[in-house]
Unconditional design. Structure first.
Length: 202
């Protein structure tokens, strides 16, 4: 199985709301440093914002993004969880926490977070796709096919979803369906599909 997962993180959020100006300024500085790929510098600025205003949900969220970019996935999960504790409607945090859990091989935890994202943003094709990959990795192949199908319904040109749905069908020995999906992925430009077609399809 091609263990691809869409790892696009939501952009840093520059949100001030009604927080004290100093905390907001540190948050803004952190956002700017993040855009410059200075993630450690960004984390330092977000730390200052949080020290001034421990209820600043966006600063925790942004720090979580910077930690993820720095490969501190456990620290990132902690910050996303704090964001959600402060604002349980901060749905971007659920999605990104799910990504971190996936990369730590906590597939069931990732599925839970992607599901929360889907429940609130049912047109998020990446959440369906990523949940499909996670479900494949726990051998829930039928459920993964359903998720890839939802992703394809949202975006009929989603080549990776066709490819990985084909992999799920192949695992279930449904090679007619698998070959159909691999060929569609190939038509859409997904070059990795060629080997699967060559090996398994007439």
């Amino acid at each position: 199985m091609n263990k691809l997962i869409t790892a696009t993180l939501f952009l840093f959020l520059n949100v001030t709301f009604s927080h004290g100006q100093s905390a907001s300024e540190y948050n803004d500085l952190g956002v700017e440093k993040g855009k410059l790929q200075d993630f450690q510098g960004a984390i330092s600025e977000f730390n200052k914002a949080i020290e001034i205003d421990p209820s600043f949900a966006s600063a925790y969220y942004n720090r979580g993004l910077a930690k993820a970019k720095s490969q501190d996935l456990y620290g990132s999960i902690s910050d996303y969880s704090k964001t959600i504790e402060l604002n349980n409607k901060y749905y971007e945090a659920y999605y990104n926490r799910g990504l971190c859990k996936f990369f730590l091989n906590d597939y069931r935890g990732a599925i839970s977070d992607f599901t929360l994202e889907i429940n609130n943003y049912p047109n998020n094709k990446k959440a369906f796709y990523n949940r499909g990959i996670a479900r494949f990795n726990i051998q829930d192949y039928q459920a993964s096919i359903i998720d890839f199908s939802y992703a394809i319904a949202i975006d009929p040109k989603y080549d990776k979803a066709f490819f990985n749905r084909g992999n799920a069908y192949a695992t279930l020995n449904q090679f007619e369906n698998a070959c159909s999906d691999w060929n569609k992925a190939w038509e859409l430009g997904y070059v990795n599909a060629y080997e699967s077609i060559k090996k398994n399809c007439n």
